[in-house]
Design a protein around this ligand. Structure first.
Ligand SMILES: [Zn+2]
Length: 366
């Protein structure tokens, strides 16, 4: 039997013990993640310690800087201004960027696996189309890898978010350029490639760079959820993607007209349709718009955009490879090695200059 005083005393001891335990855990976590520069407030310690274990205990939308607030996402935000190691390790905990990181990380590893598998069937160094396919595969990998990094590190600060996503857009721009070239010089109709050949690669370089500038600018200029940001990004991506898809649209229409649609043409159709579906989830903010707070960790539209977009890109890669295997490119006009080297030098120098401008701009933000 425990009397009233004893029960009260026992309760006090338990509370004291819990307090000591929490302080020890906080100290251990701070040592583990090397957080020594600025002492954390009690509420910070609370959020940080809890943030390493379960999603519900990360920060709420009211506790993060405006630039990090996502429309209709109420919880699961990682705290800003922690050491880089904290964000790297956060890949193993459940917050509102976890699935965005993993969906593209797994895909980028799978792209490497596909490239390695295809390597046994096609010599990438044999001819222009083989090289273009290798560059396309590398750009497919780079897109997923840089996106994964951006989502992993973006919560550290506003500047980190701008820089990380500038590189993410560079990855997408690089993919758009390589997709355009591969589709034109491997998957198109001979008559189409012949007509567009003189200007097509230069137009692809121009639109790829414009896409990077427009997207990085809109990321710095407009907040998340501002319709202008999504509009600029979707329009600039759409225009560049349309140029890259023109060879396929011409091929699909020709095949339908000639009643000669084959399996590979259908793969190209699937890739285009999947990309359109992914674009819908990117721009519409569905389904979180209809269930605010319920899609914070799983089911957010951006995650669906990642999964469907990756499925589209993997289908595209399989389709271009199938065209390469079928030696379709042998009937097409193709650029010389010197031309390809020139395109990549111009492209990479342009990306470097654009990235330099936006990194400086991001670092100047207080
Ligand atoms: Zn993303």
């Amino acid at each position: 039997m425990v009397d009233g005083f004893g029960a009260c005393r026992a309760k006090h001891m338990v509370s004291l013990g819990t307090g000591v335990l929490v302080r020890h855990v906080v100290a251990a976590v701070r040592r583990r993640y090397a957080i020594e520069s600025t002492p954390l407030s009690v509420s910070d310690q609370h959020a940080f310690t809890k943030g390493l274990t379960t999603m519900e205990r990360f920060l709420t939308v009211d506790e993060v800087p405006d630039a990090h607030k996502e429309p209709f996402v109420l919880t699961g935000y990682r705290p800003p201004h922690r050491p880089w190691r904290y964000y790297l390790m956060s890949i193993f905990s459940l917050h509102n960027e976890t699935l965005n990181v993993w969906t593209h990380l797994i895909t980028c590893i799978y792209v490497l696996y596909m490239l390695n598998t295809y390597c046994g069937e096609v010599d990438y160094t044999d001819g222009v189309s083989g090289k273009l396919f290798l560059f396309y595969g590398i750009s497919n990998f780079t897109l997923h890898f840089l996106s994964s990094c951006a989502h992993l590190l973006c919560s550290r600060s506003v500047a980190a978010s701008h820089i990380a996503f500038s590189f993410d857009y560079m990855g997408i721009a690089f993919y758009l350029f390589n997709g355009s070239l591969s589709q034109c010089y491997t998957s198109s109709e001979p008559s189409f490639a012949y007509v567009v050949h003189p200007w097509y690669p230069w137009m692809a370089i121009l639109l790829s760079c414009l896409y990077m500038v427009a997207s990085a600018h809109s990321h710095v200029r407009y907040r998340m959820g501002d319709p202008k940001r999504a509009l600029i990004q979707v329009c600039s991506f759409g225009t560049t993607y349309l140029l890259g898809t023109l060879p396929l649209i011409h091929r699909i229409l020709s095949d339908v007209y000639n009643e000669s649609v084959d399996d590979v043409t259908w793969m190209h159709v699937r890739h285009i349709l999947l990309l359109v579906v992914s674009g819908f989830f990117y721009a519409s903010e569905a389904p979180q718009r209809y269930f605010p707070g319920m899609c914070d960790v799983i089911g957010h539209g951006h995650q669906i955009f990642h999964v469907v977009g990756s499925a589209s890109l993997l289908t595209q890669m399989q389709a271009i490879f199938a065209d390469l295997q079928n030696r379709r490119h042998l009937d097409l006009v193709r650029p010389t090695d010197l031309s390809i080297t020139t395109y990549y030098i111009v492209l990479l120098v342009s990306y470097g200059l654009i990235a330099f401008v936006f990194v400086r701009k991001a670092l100047s933000i207080k």
